[in-house]
Design a protein around this ligand. Structure first.
Ligand code: NAP
Length: 529
């Protein structure tokens, strides 16, 4: 069982008291009294702190962290030891001491008080603030730390926390949790370590920590309690939970965790969807996906599928194009994929649902099937990743596509590659088209007063599709509506590409799934249909 802990980092007892009251309402299992955050520290103050916390329905951990390992203030080691001793006497369930300080007088005093208070457990911790633990001659890093803590004190709970410089570093934490033969706390700091905080429960880490709110994190990458319980559905996670996620850089803005976790919740699917911040170009992408697929194949870390976003869509194509893996045909022509499915035996399948989403949004609005796109004159503005998917689909179904892009060389090379034509960007005011699709970021929040086309260029017989989805109704779409044209919002493409991903990973997506996705997107973007 994993305890969900909230650090209480008030600078005085008044502030700490109000944080404790909020923690009491929130249903956490444990509060960590971070007494190193107090402006004034004494044994008496800590005694009062403990009596205040004791009225609450959770377990209590007291930590007076050394500044070298992420503590707030440079308190004297003797005072920090006295504070921990007093905490044990006052009924704390756990105390946390750095293994590097657990020697000499400190060790003697803590062992002595713990020997007469069997209900209190000792956590011996080690933090590496810059990156993973250094390796010894035999290539052992974190495993060595784990063994050496238990060698010093077999009854202690080892706590090992290090900064993940790359998301793949989290695998070191996961492997220790898989191999442990006693209780252990293993977590990664930083935005790249977020997945380790959520998956702690699946892998039976003894504790995971989350902040009471967005302003009270005591370590980099700590998730707020609201997000842990609401977005990531902490209470539903168990050892059988399947793992999905969005791989990209950045991923913090992505709506995909919100929509997929909402679907898992309403449909009763034992799965969690995570933001997987993945830097490091192609090598970084390959390292993470290979590590995930290897462990999925071993049957204990069940990664099932990934959405892939900027900057890894072309890298994903290369990955899924390996011998033995599977790639759906249009993705090869488009040159990018945004969906990976991890199948039996570690087979990875690659798909482009941006293309699916765009074609579905377009044909639904036009009231035709994809063959109805044949012979239509389509103008695509932009030559980036989304333009590729849209043009690939349109050309595949026989539309006559003309590309307009600010950087003309990109328009010409994409036109040559995808077998269509291009024109100069400054000739947009003379465009002739049945369908116009904006695949640039013009009009996207916060530049909501920009439009890629002037109003007088749009006529009532056009279909105008803006792939930008924030805001839902861009200035371009307002102009198009005013001109009497049919309009399609990027939200439609976004929802339909997510529905296509859901179908690839989980089978049929019924109307309820679509409704949940739509509702979640509108809740996040504001407004409704
Ligand atoms: P990308 O690969 O970076 O391409 C951006 C495109 O926008 C390029 O063609 C670029 O032209 C053009 N551009 C950017 N700023 C411009 C400006 N000020 N004036 C003229 N052209 C400009 O990005 P992407 O992945 O294709 O994404 C494009 C947009 O699609 C995003 O902004 C997003 O709103 C939308 N999108 C929608 C969905 C959905 O599901 N609805 C999904 C993903 C993205 P240059 O070549 O000259 O730089």
């Amino acid at each position: 069982m994993t305890l969900l802990a909230v650090p209480i980092c008030g600078k005085d007892l008044c502030e700490a008291g109000s944080m404790l009251s909020r923690a009491r309402e929130s249903g956490v299992d444990l509060v960590e009294l971070r007494v190193d955050y107090l402006d004034q520290l004494s044994v008496e103050i800590v005694r009062e702190y403990l009596s205040m916390a004791d009225k609450n329905p959770f377990k209590i951990l007291v930590t007076c962290r050394d500044i070298k390992e992420g503590g707030a203030k440079d308190w004297d080691i003797d005072l920090r030891t006295e504070v921990l001793v007093e905490s044990v006497k006052c009924g704390a369930d756990f105390i946390d001491c750095e293994i590097l300080n657990f020697k000499g007088k400190v060790e003697k005093k803590l062992r002595s008080v713990l020997s007469t208070h069997a209900d209190c457990r000792l956590i011996l911790s080690r933090h590496s603030m810059e990156g993973p633990f250094k390796l010894d001659r035999l290539g052992r890093g974190i495993e060595l730390m784990y063994d050496s803590i238990l060698a010093v004190c077999p009854e202690a709970i080892p706590k090992l926390v290090f900064r993940a410089n790359h998301v793949s570093d989290c695998f070191m934490a996961f492997d220790v949790l898989r191999d442990k033969d006693s209780e252990a706390i293993v977590l990664c700091m930083g935005d790249e370590g977020v997945i380790s905080r959520v998956l702690a429960k699946k892998l039976d880490s003894f504790i995971t920590y989350c902040s009471l709110d967005d302003n009270s994190a005591t370590a980099d990458g700590q998730i707020s309690l609201d997000n842990m319980k609401g977005l990531f559905r902490w209470d539903s996670i168990n050892k059988d939970t399947d793992i999905y996620g969005v791989i990209g850089d950045p991923v913090g803005h992505s709506l995909s965790p919100a929509i997929f976790n909402a679907c898992f919740d309403k449909k009763g699917i034992n799965a969690v969807y995570l933001p997987i911040l993945t830097g490091g170009f192609k090598e970084g992408f390959d390292e993470f996906v290979n590590g995930a697929v290897k462990r999925a194949n071993e049957g204990w870390l069940n990664f099932k599928g990934f959405s892939v976003t900027i900057p890894h869509k072309a890298n994903a194509l290369g990955f899924a194009g390996h011998e033995g893996d599977y790639l759906e045909t249009p993705s090869t022509a488009i040159g990018a994929i945004n969906t990976l499915k991890v199948g039996f035996g570690g087979i990875v399948q690659g798909f482009n649902t941006d293309y699916e989403g765009a074609m579905d949004a377009l044909t639904a609005a036009m009231g035709c099937d994809r063959h109805g796109l044949h012979g239509k004159k389509a103008v695509v503005i932009g030559a980036g990743g989304v333009a590729r998917a849209v043009i690939g689909g349109l050309v595949h179904y026989g539309s006559e596509v003309t590309i307009y892009n600010r950087t003309e060389s990109k328009a010409s090379s994409l036109a040559e590659e995808l077998k269509c034509s291009y024109k100069r960007f400054n000739e947009l005011d003379k465009l002739e088209a049945d369908i116009v699709i904006n695949c640039t970021s013009i009009g996207m929040y916060p530049n909501v007063e920009s439009s890629v086309l002037d109003k007088d260029v749009i006529s009532s017989d056009m279909v105008v599709f803006d792939t930008v989805y924030n805001p839902q109704e861009t200035k371009l779409l307002r102009y198009a509506k005013e001109a009497g044209a049919k309009t399609i919002s990027g939200v439609e493409m976004f929802i339909r590409q997510a529905l296509a991903q859901y179908r690839i990973w989980l089978g049929e997506a019924d109307d309820e799934v679509e409704d949940i996705m739509r509702k979640t997107v509108y809740e996040h973007l504001g407004g409704g249909d």
